[in-house]
Design a binder for this molecule. Structure first.
Ligand code: PEP
Length: 243
């Protein structure tokens, strides 16, 4: 299984910064890791130009669940695909928290992404309170069952386990907790659908060059979803090389 490393640039970077970062990553990307960069939507097209001819793919950070229409400020899956995206992040905890996205909405967006021919990177993860209350595994299980619609398979869907309390905090989950959750998530998705048996499961949450090698070496961790460290070419490339 080829490991996958995804850079989520979130709402960061000017056009010039995005173009320079994409160019630097495209020039140095290791050949044996699949890499996807997810810039802000407004920079998708110039970043696509930087990635043209490289092995680095382009992804969106969200899409709407309907194909087109009166949805001011939203982006349709087909528009992302038309801009050159092969992947789209869906159900990120910042979307779930800041925009009230439910599992059902995430599932509808996943289907829209598939209809547009893209791979959906479906994010799940528990809050600090849920973990403290002993509810981490059931929370993620519920999110997975609700966010993965019929039609998901190992080719069109990737899961990203991102404990909410580890995102952007500098404190990644422990290796034992990551391994336990990835093992559980693998069982849940296989039971949910035969076609998801062996689905890639990424870890996300304060992945940095210093901790990437040991996280990515864990059984059941098939790559990483990287936020902050994806904004610095050398850091992101070090993570991609650590796979
Ligand atoms: C993320 O937002 O998906 C993420 C993993 O962020 P960070 O790497 O900054 O924790």
């Amino acid at each position: 299984m080829t490991p996958l490393v995804v850079g989520n640039w979130k709402m960061n970077l000017t056009a010039g910064e995005a173009i320079r970062l994409a160019g630097a990553i495209a020039r140095e990307a290791p050949a044996d890791t699949e890499i996807v960069l997810c810039p802000p939507a407004v920079w998708l097209v110039p970043v696509a130009s930087q990635l043209a001819g490289s092995a680095v793919a382009l992804g969106g950070q969200d899409c709407h669940q309907v194909g087109q229409g009166a949805h001011t400020g939203d982006i349709a899956a087909r528009q992302l695909a038309d801009a050159g995206c092969s992947h789209v992040i869906l159900g990120h905890s910042e979307r779930r928290a800041n925009h009230g996205e439910t599992d059902a909405q995430v599932a509808a967006k996943v289907s829209a992404a598939h209809d547009a021919g893209m791979v959906a990177i479906v994010c799940v993860g528990e809050t600090a309170d849920q973990r403290a209350g002993g509810d981490a595994l059931p929370t993620v299980e519920t999110q997975l069952r609700g966010s993965l619609p019929a039609g998901c398979d190992t080719g069109n869907t990737v899961v990203a386990y991102e404990p909410v309390w580890a995102i952007g905090t500098g404190a990644a989950a422990s290796l034992d907790d990551i391994a336990a959750m990835h093992s559980h998530a693998g069982s849940v998705v296989s039971a949910h659908s035969d076609r998801l048996a062996g689905c890639r499961i990424l870890y996300g949450g304060s992945v940095k060059p210093e901790n990437s090698r040991e996280i990515l070496a864990l059984d059941g961790v098939n790559g990483a979803l990287v936020g902050g460290a994806s904004l610095v070419a050398e850091d992101f490339l070090a993570i991609a090389r650590a796979v």
